[in-house]
Design a protein around this ligand. Structure first.
Ligand SMILES: C[S@@+](CC[C@H](N)C(=O)[O-])C[C@H]1O[C@@H](n2cnc3c(N)ncnc32)[C@H](O)[C@@H]1O
Length: 199
């Protein structure tokens, strides 16, 4: 499904980075290590590369990642690794990343449990987990996102799962989104930024 969406000249979610990611720009520092989960065609990974961060990207779609790889090369930017895989088969390294992003990275409870457990492991102390996701109210809007509520995120689910982190932002919003043909119109989202405590 994702390969089909990405196998076109146009970018399914546009080329501009996600708004919430951009709003967190003050946290990004040159040389930080980032893992982009569900990087897709890589618009957010490219933005982070352009800010001097070292980026690993994983996604189910080899087509999306090939687009990311080619665009990075064309711009003279080098990605560290690009891994076409199901996140459930991905081996997360320990204390490796300053940032992990999960932007519109939806899935069922088992998926979220696996992702959250491994995000905690893979972040360095002081590292950040950044999420923008649809919440169940999005089903009323039909402007993008997964077809059922169980694949979405809630603010309370994120807050409970990351109660051992310092939560810097956790907000439910209704906002206008224009991200290519994939996400377009008024939407119900949750934005979340949390920092792993340095014990
Ligand atoms: C809605 S798209 C968002 C892409 C990108 N984050 C963006 O904002 O442009 C969700 C992405 O997550 C990827 N994805 C979904 N389930 C996945 C899984 N289990 N493992 C790895 N990637 C997955 C899809 O291939 C898709 O590219």
């Amino acid at each position: 499904m994702w390969d089909e969406k990405y196998d076109k000249d146009e970018w399914h979610y546009g080329k501009e980075p996600n708004d919430f990611l951009k709003s967190c720009e003050s946290y990004f520092k040159e040389g930080q290590r980032v893992l982009c989960l569900g990087a897709g065609e890589g618009r957010n990974a490219l933005y982070l590369l352009q800010h001097g961060l070292d980026v690993d990207a994983i996604d189910l779609s080899p087509v999306g990642l090939a687009k990311l790889h080619k665009t990075a090369n064309d711009l003279g930017l080098s990605l560290l690794t690009v891994t076409p895989t199901d996140v459930m088969d991905y081996h997360f390294m320990e204390n490796e990343y300053d940032f992990i992003t999960a932007i519109w990275f939806h899935g069922p409870d088992q998926f979220k449990d696996y992702v959250f457990k491994n995000v905690k492991k893979a972040l360095k102390p002081g590292g950040y987990f950044l999420v923008e996701a649809y919440r169940p109210e999005q089903l009323n809007y039909k402007t993008g996102g997964p077809p059922s509520a169980d694949l979405m995120y809630t603010k309370s689910q994120l807050e409970e799962s990351f109660s051992d982190f310092t939560i810097l932002k956790s907000e439910e919003l209704e906002r206008e989104i224009q991200e290519g043909v994939g996400h377009s119109g008024q939407s119900a989202v949750v934005q979340f930024l949390a920092q792993k405590k340095s014990s």
